[in-house]
Design a protein around this ligand. Sequence first.
Ligand SMILES: [Zn+2]
Length: 412
Amino acid sequence: MTDIIYHRTDCRACGSHDLELVFSLKPSPIGDAYVTREQLEIFQPSYPIDLYQCRQCGLAQITDVIDPEVLYGDYIYVTGSSMGLAAHFRDYAQSVASRLKLTPGERVVDLGSNDGTLLGCFKQLGMQVLGVEPATHIALQATAGGIQTIGAFFTPELAREMVAEHGYARLVTANNVFANIDDLQSWVQGIDLLLAADGVFVFESYYLADLLQNKVFDFIYHEHLCAFSVKPVAALFERIGLRLIAVERVATKGGSLRYFVQRSTGSLQDDGSVAEMLAHEHAMGLYRKQTYSDFAEEINALKTQTRNFLLQAKREGKSIAGFGASITGTTLIYHFEIGELLDYLVDDNPAKQGRFSPGLHLPVYPCAVLEQRKPDYVLILAWRFAGAFISKQGLKHSLIIPVPEFKVLVHD
Ligand SMILES: [Zn+2]
């Protein structure tokens, strides 16, 4: 086991050992490890999901780290396949290019560039683009598609080689990958090496304050090693002489922030957004343990309501399907301890169909199966998309929505 998972005892942002356990989820298998029929014999162990907060810098983090080779071994998530995300990246490229006053020909580097969707948007704006993507088959695919991509893990050594070969970057981006990095300090060093004198690092990540307020507890899982907030991010970059100059709110992932980091000599103006968000964090008690105890209580109340309802339905012989075969679904099923109460899952992602859920091995079917099987209830595991599900499917089935408020919608 020691080869697969290790428990770190220091903060990955500041190195302090003053870490406090603030919120625990029930252990679960790797959340996205939906297996094929041939893999059903292989036992999938559960690993802890405990959120600690550093008492020195305030970073909330998971300290049990699963070997990336195991965690991302069966990597099936490709950005371009997600329509919503592609549109988001187009807006992102335009908005960042205009805020930074990028001019055609300048270098943009994306870390964790996946299939190059974001860089493609910058390329269309006339930028020179370069990706770094550790999943080598995806990197090759991106390069073949016209977005030059280095298939490697990002390190300070790689940053030096990139500068030698391609020059400094005016913009470095990292989106929804910065939270997945265990060796955060090495990444920050690499970014410092890569940035031009007027270079800016922009990253986007789900926001701890929104996670708590919007009850997005299922966004805490093994891949998400850090749940960022403004205070620790500002301190992380300040230690190496970079400055968090601005933040923007973004609606994705149940509430995210876009962070802008530059050198002390950089040209972006302080618009007061960092100070404003810091005040918000302190007002809501983001660095107080009590806030997390209250959060745990809220989540556990939802768990009790959901579980009791499902238990009663099962006793009455009802059939129950779950909508949403994703990582967050795994977190929710395990934390709410409802796996045995579901008959099967449905999802419109073809990559998940015909597979079986992590650990419990619930079969995953296309949503169209609901028409034939007519379950008594559909539990909306992907609760943030409940509205989209209803507008697409109508109320042909009775729906159970577990979060943010427990609700049962009886069908027409
Ligand atoms: Zn710390």
